[in-house]
Design a protein around this ligand. Sequence first.
Ligand code: SAH
Length: 371
Amino acid sequence: MRSVPEPVKVIAQADSQPVNLLGLDREAMQAFFVELGEKPFRASQLMQWIHQRSTTNFDEMTNFSKVLRNRLRALTEIRLPEIVTEQISADGTRKWLMQLSCGNRIETVFIPEEGRNTLCVSSQVGCALNCSFCSTARQGFNRNLDAAEIIGQLWLAEQFIGNKQRVTNVVLMGMGEPLLNFDNVVRAMNLMRDDFSFGLSKRRVTLSTAGVIPGIDKLGKVCDVALAVSLHAPNNTIRDELVPINRKYPIEQLMQACIRYIGDKKRRKVTFEYVMLDGINDSVNDARQLARLLQGVPSKVNLIPFNAFPGAPYQCSSRNAMMRFQDQLHHHGIVTMTRKTRGDDIDAACGQLIGRVSDRTRRSIRMAREA
Ligand code: SAH
């Protein structure tokens, strides 16, 4: 007997609700066509229509017979999020507020730079991790995005920026913790990487995590992308406060997971993000401790100036403190850059994405009371 578990699922879904082809990666798309009794190569053709020729209209898919087009129309759909607003920053950064089904909204940010155009993509509506310096955390967690809603952000961004520009890099650094929405994120990243869809190389797709260790290990086995880890502290005492998931997955174990991810040098290094918080994690001593922690982990450090938001309990470190911190890391031979803040005039900078999530946990009210 043939073993084809995936396609059965796809057709079963089609009975009740049309399958959204936008979010099927090559494996799922092939399984879908096989289940329809079609040849698997139809999958790459359809992916090209959707992701490279940017069509959602089955009538334009001229290398499919009329019969097949009608079947696809009856069983499936190609459905995208809706763009509600677009804001353009003085520095050219663009932020889109996108409407999903069930009234949920997310934000996606496009950052044009010399030689590269980066898209910052959301993976969840809200976030459950409650990092103390992040405005998305204030919203609480609402739901995971499905693969179509994740890849849909890239599809729409390419439409909006026009023919003259392309997205060259994608970072999963928008709203949410991507490793807590593992399957959907991997499917979407497969589409980002696939030559029949967006064709981005493994160094141009970066997943950023707050440190979900089992997710890092699983990712290393199934998907080849760059890894960024939101470290933000040189020890458990500080990190437990800033990134509460550290209490579950402490810093030494996180370093070991990073080393495993780099593995047999298949991947070059891990990027550590470090948000600069005045008087909290920015002393020269902190820098020394960080340097010690990173000894033996092929890495580079991105220092991120803290972006304030209403009610934020922190302030950004002074320029001097950031320079001293960076110098100390350089002194210990650690490649370090300070990230330029982009799009803060439209609240598009790191940690400022809100998307007007309904706060199911009433976390912001609780926090206001506590304050
Ligand atoms: N959950 C994932 C991805 C989302 S956050 C993660 O934690 O990596 C993307 C990056 O923005 C993370 O490094 C996060 O720590 C940082 N960030 C969050 N709030 C910020 C703020 N207010 N100022 C600067 N960076 C912030």
